[in-house]
Design a protein around this ligand. Structure first.
Ligand SMILES: [Zn+2]
Length: 101
């Protein structure tokens, strides 16, 4: 797994929140991985679950933009993400959501 620098994260309940560089305005974590600046969610997701297709989105069941806890991450199409963002109850991940494990 990608080693997250302890001075750049804060534990908040079950979440690992990135407190260093963020992509504005979404608040998505940005990090250096092997000399490249990457979106933190994609880097951690790929490191944990395997490669992501470019058109597949990563999103978080905890709805914390800065969270990098892999078990909170799911992936799906942009249409899945729009539907997910409209859901009132974000505690249940619909079965239709794709998880690239
Ligand atoms: Zn989380």
């Amino acid at each position: 797994m990608i080693a997250l620098p302890t001075d750049k994260v804060r534990i908040d309940g079950d979440c690992i929140l990135w407190v260093a560089g963020q992509y504005k305005p979404s608040g998505s974590p940005m990090m250096r991985v092997n000399g490249r600046t990457r979106r933190g969610h994609r880097a951690v997701y790929e490191d944990t679950f395997g490669p992501l297709a470019p058109d597949v989105c990563v999103f978080r069941s905890c709805q914390q933009a800065a969270c990098l806890e892999p078990s909170h991450m799911w992936s799906g199409t942009r249409a899945d993400k729009k539907r997910w963002d409209r859901e009132a109850d974000h505690t249940v991940v619909p079965e239709r959501m794709i998880r690239h494990v």
